[in-house]
Ligand binder design. Structure first.
Ligand code: ADP
Length: 487
């Protein structure tokens, strides 16, 4: 029946604003570097400003770590490893991880607001997904810390030492949890570098580590841009680099560590295919497609950014999809009714605009939501491209924004061939009522993760990671421990 509602009828049912209060965030005017258990000024005294992408207003001044600061952080991590953490039992380490998880839960409302202010993502997502999942990762790996002998990596698996961890801006606290929790459970010490546009939740995590009385130097959090990341990658005192970010930077990092002793895991870009067969349950599937690409403004490496739909149902699916896209509420990320928030930065917005312009130039048919966009801030209306062919740039390149490319197929063989026609290999979705068909397709997809009749589901017990240009190594689950053990 909702199918029959016109947009003007939906307008009449518009929701009243329901904003969360920004004051819960208690953001400080300036943050230093978190090294050896305390905040300190960077040696260069350089700083940069982190903005609220929904308003372009400054949120805080954040330290820019120099090579000398990276050195200080790695030294602190090494000393903590040698003198404390490598001598701390698994049961003791797990106590700290449980403590961190509980404090994240206690401060979850504050963290959700900070994440939404700094990143632009809807509060509903930071409140219901990012922050609870971050706590869940610490809880999950707390359970492993005293059971490493039974994890299937030999009788007495050893940590690697000091881990340098570089994370992106799309899920700031969650990515910090994905990196820190398994590393600490396995007995490593860490130097974490958050992304330059979203450093705030990691800095609040630093306060949480102080609250949890984690021994000094076990985790060091240094803010800065790509040059800080590069200095961490190049530091000879680091035993392991874990990176999540663009394929371009991942490639560079792989080259730089190639001749060193460093272990490496990379979680890079993607161009996920959401494959829809004609027998798929239509309403669930439309919601799954929407969630697959518009969740977190499409700033998701495993986003279902290519929709492969069976030709027999393509017109119907496209019609329903466009109607649903028009109903998405775009705007104030702090509003509890918002579905799609702000684009994280001016640079990312420019990239999305550039690639979507190519989509039109190359002949795809563009449908853009008729939603109105705020005047200030970085915004992009949810967009669907139909009549996309495999050679189009919008079918090949990661847009990392709220843009879906729709292609069609006739047979399961063709669906698999098209889904695999990419240099990436992070995630895919399959929608069908037939289990045998789903399994047949899933077996043939070259992707680290395959979801069936759902999309973008995350759980700390489930390993996540890519193949080919989407990287290597797994995060989450028992497999996630392997990245931090000498096995
Ligand atoms: P995006 O293009 O999505 O911003 P990046 O790969 O550029 O993703 O950034 C992901 C993380 O990598 C960020 O923390 C960023 O500061 C860091 N970074 C960028 N360039 C480098 C580099 N050359 N070496 C190490 N880290 C880097």
């Amino acid at each position: 029946m909702s199918d029959e509602l016109t947009n003007s009828q939906l307008g009449a049912m518009a929701y009243d604003p329901a904003p969360e209060s920004a004051s819960i965030a208690r953001i400080k005017p300036a943050y230093g570097l978190f090294i050896n258990g305390e905040f300190s000024d960077p040696s260069s005294h350089e700083a940069f400003v982190t903005l609220n992408p929904a308003t372009e207003e400054p949120l805080a001044s954040v330290a820019q770590a120099s090579t000398a600061d990276v050195d200080r952080a790695v030294y602190a991590a090494r000393r903590a490893y040698d003198t404390v953490w490598s001598k701390t039992t698994g049961a003791e380490r797990s106590k700290y991880l449980f403590r961190i998880a509980r404090i994240i839960q206690e401060r979850s409302r504050e963290l959700a607001v900070v994440e939404t202010l700094d990143n632009g993502k809807p509060i509903r997502e930071s409140r219901d997904i990012d922050i609870p999942l971050a706590a869940a990762h610490f809880f999950y790996y707390a359970g492993w810390a005293d059971k490493l002998d039974h994890a299937g990596f030999g009788p007495d698996p050893k940590p690697l030492g000091v881990a340098g961890q570089i994370i992106p801006w799309n899920f700031p606290l969650l990515m910090a949890a994905w990196k820190l929790a398994p590393a600490l459970a396995a007995g490593n010490t860490c130097v974490l570098k958050p992304a330059e546009t979203t450093p705030l939740s990691a800095l609040i995590l630093a306060e949480i580590l102080q609250q949890a009385e984690l021994p000094e130097g076990v985790v060091n959090i240094i803010t800065g841009d790509g040059s800080t990341g590069a200095a961490l990658v190049d530091h000879p005192g680091v035993d392991k680099i874990a990176f999540t970010g663009s394929t371009e930077v991942g490639r560079l990092i792989q080259q730089r560590v190639a001749t060193s002793h460093k272990h490496l895991t990379l979680e890079l870009g993607g161009k996920g295919a959401n494959i829809v067969f004609e027998d798929a349950p239509i309403d669930e599937m439309i919601e799954g497609i929407i969630d697959g690409i518009f969740f977190n403004q499409g700033h998701v490496c495993c986003a279902g950014s290519r929709l492969l739909v069976q030709e027999s149902v393509a017109d119907d699916v496209l019609r329903r999809l466009i109607r649903r896209v028009d109903q998405l509420r775009v705007g104030d990320p702090l509003d509890k009714n918002t579905d799609v928030g702000a684009i994280n930065s001016a640079a990312q917005l420019a990239r999305i605009k550039e690639l979507t312009a190519y989509g039109e130039e190359e002949g795809a048919t563009r449908y853009t939501s008729t939603c109105s966009l705020p005047d200030k801030g970085y915004w992009f209306a949810p967009t669907v491209f139909a009549d996309v062919s495999q050679s189009h740039r919008i079918a090949r390149e990661e847009i990392f924004g709220p843009v879906l490319s729709v292609l069609t197929f006739r047979t399961p063989e063709e669906a698999v061939a098209k889904a695999n026609n990419t240099n990436y290999g992070l995630a895919c979705g399959v929608w069908s009522e037939k289990g045998s068909r789903t399994l047949w397709v899933a077996e043939r997809l070259r992707a680290g993760v395959v979801w069936a009749n759902t999309y973008n589901r995350f759980d700390p017990t489930s390993p996540f990671g890519g193949v080919r240009e989407s990287g290597f190594g797994r995060e989450g689950g028992r497999h996630g421990l392997e990245a931090y053990l000498n096995v």
